[in-house]
Design a protein around this ligand. Structure first.
Ligand SMILES: O=P(O)(O)OC[C@H]1O[C@](O)(COP(=O)(O)O)[C@@H](O)[C@@H]1O
Ligand SMILES: [Mg+2]
Length: 382
């Protein structure tokens, strides 16, 4: 049976700032999804949140980018937004960039990861959802899961994984993609995905049979809207076991709280902290960036589960280290590299400040003007 798993998320308003979704808004979304299930638009669903992002996990047989499924999600977010407005929640309706739904959710604000799979007799999946970061934040763990044998033992010892995986990488600025193979092209792969603000791993396939292994949301709201409209908190679906990473290999990729951009005002680097569902609230300095993971089995479209994957003392050490790193980064205050580089900041007063100070800048005769960029060949660097 071919089943589509659609994870669609949006920030439609949050309680007491940008830190947690209000349960009444989830109840409003639940009504819409329950009705869609009754009308056989979707087979099953689960609603959750990480921080201020509401996450709709749905299964159906209609394939990705289906109008009815996307309209269902849109209506759920709209209804939830109404409640958010009624309760006076902060940034109510924030991620819904358009007033009317037209065809599908592409470019309308919500983020989405969708995959169509030929269901195996047992189809275990993990869904990872993060708040206060961006889609490229999943580059690092996807590399670990699908290309690093120090993380994923199966790459070496499981014959069904040994051939490796293909990574489809999207250049979010140019809107073009390239597919690179691991292990043979890992140096090229790392050269791109090491710049996660621009090159985002969108899909991973098993090389042996082209089977889809992982999908990540790629929406960067600020690029769509041309201004800051919230961070593009990402979601990712990963297939598990029997030729894909074992559950523990997928989770192992998050045992190191690596630095991601986001956190306060979408403008700071901070450690990605894996937490249980009950700790999925962005508090200290609106963070640190949080990650939750839910494990399901998909059976004829039914979502069996979930299991709260990071609700486990085995991840206490990762959380402790994340807290230590958070403290270390915070001590830098407004200085880089805690604060993002100017091009990546979601907010900036810099142009206004530069304009204001323009008359006060004076030429220094003894200082040579630098070339604009060491990367710009037209400037005659040799
Ligand atoms: O300027 P405002 O409206 O107070 O918004 C600031 C908020 O934006 C944020 O960056 C929003 O984060 P999200 O992307 O998770 O919505 C928060 O860190 C911060 O509180
Ligand atoms: Mg958010």
């Amino acid at each position: 049976m071919k089943t589509t798993i659609s994870v669609i998320k949006a920030d439609i308003g949050s309680l007491a700032g940008h830190h947690v979704v209000h349960p009444d808004t989830m109840a409003a979304a639940n009504k819409v999804l329950a009705e869609a299930k009754r009308q056989n638009v979707i087979i099953d669903y689960y609603i959750t949140n990480v921080g201020d992002d509401m996450e709709l996990i749905m299964t159906h047989t209609r394939g990705p980018l289906d109008t009815k499924v996307h309209e269902t999600a849109w209506n759920a977010f709209k209804e939830a937004s109404k409640v958010a407005k009624d309760l006076g929640l902060y940034a109510a309706g924030q991620d819904l960039l358009s007033d009317t739904f037209s065809g599908n959710l592409k470019g309308m604000g919500p983020g989405m990861a969708e995959m169509e799979v030929e269901e195996r007799p047992s189809e275990p999946i993990a869904i990872f959802m993060a708040d206060k970061t961006e889609p490229g934040a999943f580059n690092f763990p996807q590399y670990k899961m699908f290309a690093d044998p120090f993380n994923t033992a199966g790459l070496v010892i499981d014959p069904t994984m040994h051939e490796g995986y293909k990574f489809e990488i999207l250049d979010v600025f140019e809107g073009q993609s390239v597919t690179l193979n691991a292990p043979e092209e890992i140096y090229d792969l790392l050269a791109l995905i090491g710049t996660p603000s621009r090159y985002v791993i969108r899909r991973v396939y098993r090389k042996a049979d082209n089977n889809i292994a992982a999908v990540t949301s790629i929406e960067r709201l600020n690029l769509i809207a041309g201004k800051y409209v919230g961070k593009d908190d990402p979601v990712m679906i990963v297939r598990l076991q029997h030729g894909f990473p074992a559950l523990g290999e997928a989770l192992e990729a998050f045992s190191f709280p690596y630095l991601v951009p986001g956190w306060m005002r979408g403008s700071h680097y901070g450690p990605l902290m894996p937490v249980s569902q009950r700790d999925a609230r962005a508090t200290r300095f609106d963070g640190p960036p949080r990650l939750i993971g839910l494990g399901f089995n998909v059976k004829e479209g039914r979502l069996v589960g979930p299991s709260d994957l990071f609700d486990d003392p085995a991840f206490d050490e990762a959380r402790r280290l994340a807290s230590t790193i958070a403290e270390y980064m915070r001590r830098h205050g407004p200085f880089m590299p805690h604060r993002l580089e100017p091009e990546e900041m979601e907010y900036t007063t810099l142009p206004v400040i530069l304009e204001k100070l323009k008359p006060r800048f004076k030429k220094e005769a003894d200082v040579t003007k630098a070339k604009p960029s060491i990367y710009d060949k037209s400037q005659g660097m040799d």
